[in-house]
Design a protein around this ligand. Sequence first.
Ligand code: IVH
Length: 679
Amino acid sequence: MANIPEHVVSEYERLKDELNQHNHCYYVLDDPSVPDSEYDRQMRLLQDIEQQHPSLLTADSPSQRVGGEALSAFTQVRHDVAMLSLENAFNDTELEDFDRRVKDRLNYAALKEAPEIEYACEPKLDGVAVSLLYQDGLLVRGATRGDGTVGEDITANVRTINSIPLKLVGTDIPSLLEVRGEIYLPRAGFEALNAKAIAADEKAFVNPRNAAAGSLRQLDSKITASRPLEMCAYSVGQFQAKAIPDTHLNMIKALGGWGFKINEHVEAVIGIAACEDYYRTMAERRDGLAYDIDGIVYKVNELKLQERLGFVAKAPRWAIARKFPAQEEMTKLLDVEFQVGRTGAVTPVARLEPVFVGGVTVSNATLHNGNEIKRLGICIGDTVIIRRAGDVIPQIAKVILEKRPANAEEIVFPERCPVCESPVKRAESEAVARCSGGLFCGAQIKQAIKHFASRKAMDIDGLGDKLVELLVGQGVIFSVADLYDLRVEQLMGLERLAEKSAANLVAAIHSSKQTSLAKFFYSLGIREVGETTGQTLANNFGSLDVVIAADAETLLEVDDIGPIVAGYIVDFFRNPDNLSIIQALREAGVQWPDIDQNAQASQPLKGQTWVLTGGMDIMSRAEAKDRLQELGAKVAGSVSAKTVQVVAGPGAGSKLTKAQKLHIPVMDEAEFIEFLSKV
Ligand code: IVH
């Protein structure tokens, strides 16, 4: 190092400290201190120095988090202080017994007025236990728990975990510190990891804990580096420092100060009744957490008391885990039914022997699609593992092949729609199979009618979802065209519909006949044809018949229509059932003014992107949008360099600020109305 200029060395140290600091803000505090671009820039400077002066490179360099050379095996590590496990309590009584044992052991019976014990309460994270050793503030070793006495050296892997400090920060850094904690995969990371595995036709992990364990067991630390693992500190093994905290909570706070992530829900309470309250509060929060927890850990807070209590066999007497209901259970797949959704998607639904999992009884789970059935290799009669965690719908995580009965039945995907018998088709690029019945399919009729009647479509006031269910359910109507034949007397016979409402509904249906071409396109419920595409079709082709006759190539000439949407549009209008419904609608009197294609003047805003933001007093936002689209403009939801004009009303916020930054012209509502009167 002798011939490296002093200023390079100090610049290198400065960059290392600064990057470690940014890393801490980003991964531990969830509060980024600089934009990603700045972090990347500093990292490149650091790497440049390391490349020019390799002798400077140390293990605490943030450049080392990407992983290094693969190992051929893990070496063993002996824990100087054993890594214990916890005793479990499954109900309040067992928790109260624990509290009594603690008090007995401390001889509280002999006291006149025995105090309640103070307990530190913390979530029991569902991951993998780890030991991290720091000498003079530097991370020197990471190890698994193993059997509690001997674990494996996973130093290279733990270095890649961003929330693990490579070098401690803050004051009074201990000369020796062995931190214990949990390495876990947050739910979002787990979902993403599995989605990737499934897309690559690889085996998915059953749960985040297995995924975390699998990620740590990698001999190639680059693989570990690619997994979004986190680590949270919850206790200390070896510890040599000037001052030792008096309570567990203060110890945890000290760990936080030295740069570790600590759990945000850690709290000290007095007495076992308060512990039970904490359990209930956390049980309610459990689904909303970003990570899996499988219970609560209670620890006697005062470290002196912990010392007096000591250990039995492999667990401390001063701590206990109160378990939550399991998030995984075993059950049986009884049958598979195929449901047809709004867009005709045919979804296999597993009927299960009811099982209590993640706090609720589950008797159904989606199997998503045919690929999922293949991937799981599942048969009717199989024993499966159901997982229900967080707000995620219950999933079949795994099939237990060893338990497959001799009469297990293969699941056959239907070739015809279970509702209307039209062929089920699957596009090559898609995993989902769909009923090709369109507006003719019973299952799709209800959804199609609800959409047709909705405000932005034909806007039939008074025709809500419940009424649509009733009308279709009782066989009063079979398609959107039937709406126009409904009579007041017919409606009055239905539940809950008084004469006045029936008459109002018929009147609303009648007045919906006058519509616009754009709204009509949207009302048909063609896949991926939303309001904007409806308007695009109307603006560019001017008439329904032109679109019906158009092939994909013609549709693709329009800027905003891509091959997928073009395909859906062509398919829709090739379907004779859809055409006969359109014919019936026209015969019933549904009409709109066609748009004169030659009169360019009718679309003076063609090619322009506008943004509406803030409130409007005179016009409604929907009206303003309609007017702009009629004039050919595209109305976008966010401001970008493409925006040509912003209309900002009272309360406009970030969109207005962005427009001003980008020097995009802004007008208020009065100016907008005046503008409309002139175009
Ligand atoms: S304390 C002597 N605190 O649970 C104390 N453990 O069954 C030992 N765990 O192997 C651990 N969250 O992996 C403690 N807040 C927490 C925990 C926790 C999860 C795990 C840990 C341990 C297992 C014990």
